[in-house]
Write a protein that binds this ligand. Structure first.
Ligand SMILES: C[S@@+](CC[C@H](N)C(=O)[O-])C[C@H]1O[C@@H](n2cnc3c(N)ncnc32)[C@H](O)[C@@H]1O
Length: 309
């Protein structure tokens, strides 16, 4: 069968830069090692990406409050310098396949190993990306409680940007997106809803896609560690195309099933879309002599809803 007709493709059936924008259809899922698969995608194809890679968490030290994160075909424990160099290589390939003006949202966290702190910026500065913003994801819960440090309930999301020419800043967000602030508060996905060991909550990739892509043009959304398919589901429900990569056959099956029933998750997308609205802008409030602080109160009330997910 022609590659363009297939939804799920195996990496070893692809040639260098064979995947182009015009053959995506609704989207493509590619099973294989991320770094290898990225090499099969043409330059400048992707408009926005979002991912959570494996964190190299050295499983043996982790969590007693909730179950350890254990993947089916991947052991999340390699020497740290090797891990960081691999992430640099993956991020640079993502840079190559992203169109100028495109963005990539990279979810990671600060980690410690025997007292040494590893910060994502240690390797992000070694990539070709411009780091546009560090967003705090306040998860309000985490599996690992030990008293060596305050309980770490936050993760980070790095907004990485591929400039057009030498203009590093890029275009402004709409005010209805920017008002969501640099702290994203929301609990992780409930394990009862999703058997993958570390899935995104649907609102997270949805927030990225809604904020970055305009509604008139169909964009191309990448998740190079797609897991259970959350990013692909968000892209599909928001009317965009997706490219999802994972080395696990089992997680690919989960993704295909979820995409087939994506409509059942629409209410969560609508809830997120409801947050991207302003009743009156700051400027309009000020010109009408209304309390400009009220705008922020309303915003916080809406954010609080995420607590209840
Ligand atoms: C944190 S999970 C991503 C979960 C995803 N965000 C979701 O919503 O389900 C990381 C994923 O990366 C995959 N993975 C790990 N190493 C990989 C590699 N070298 N190539 C491709 N996939 C890999 C794992 O199988 C796992 O599904």
């Amino acid at each position: 069968m022609n590659i363009a007709d297939q939804h799920l493709i195996k990496d070893n059936s692809l040639e260098h830069k064979q995947i182009t924008a015009d053959m995506l259809g609704e989207g493509k899922l590619i099973e294989g090692d991320t770094l290898s698969v990225l090499g099969k995608i043409d330059d400048d194809v992707v408009n926005v990406g979002v991912t959570s890679p494996p964190y190299n968490k050295q499983e043996k030290h982790k969590g007693w409050l909730v179950k350890n994160v254990v993947y089916d075909v991947y052991k999340d424990a390699v020497p740290e310098p090797e891990y960081q160099q691999h992430q640099v290589d993956v991020l640079n390939e993502i840079y190559r396949i992203t169109a100028p003006g495109g963005s990539f949202f990279y979810n990671h966290k600060v980690r410690w190993d025997r007292g040494n702190m590893y910060h994502p910026m240690d390797w992000l500065r070694k990539t070709e990306w411009t780091v546009k913003q560090e967003i705090i994801w306040d998860r309000m819960i985490a599996g690992n409680i030990r008293g060596w440090r305050f309980w770490q309930v936050e993760e980070r999301i790095y907004w990485l940007y591929k400039p057009i020419g030498n203009k590093l800043i890029g275009k402004e967000l709409r005010s209805c997106d920017a008002k969501l602030t640099s702290i994203w508060r929301g609990v992780p996905e409930n394990g009862k809803n999703n058997p993958h060991p570390a899935p995104f909550p649907l609102w997270l990739p949805a927030r990225v896609i809604i904020s970055i892509l305009d509604t008139e043009t169909q964009g191309i959304v990448l998740d190079p560690y797609i897991g259970s398919g959350t990013t692909a589901v968000a892209a599909k429900l928001l009317g965009h195309k997706y490219i999802g990569i994972d080395r696990s056959e089992e997680y690919m099956k989960m993704t295909i099933d979820r995409l087939a029933n994506a409509h059942s998750e629409m209410s969560k997308i609508q809830e997120e879309l409801g947050l991207h609205q302003v009743e009156m802008t700051f400027k309009e409030r000020k010109s009408k002599g209304k309390n400009v602080g009220k705008f922020r109160d309303t915003d916080n009330n809406r954010q609080t809803k995420l607590f209840e997910r």
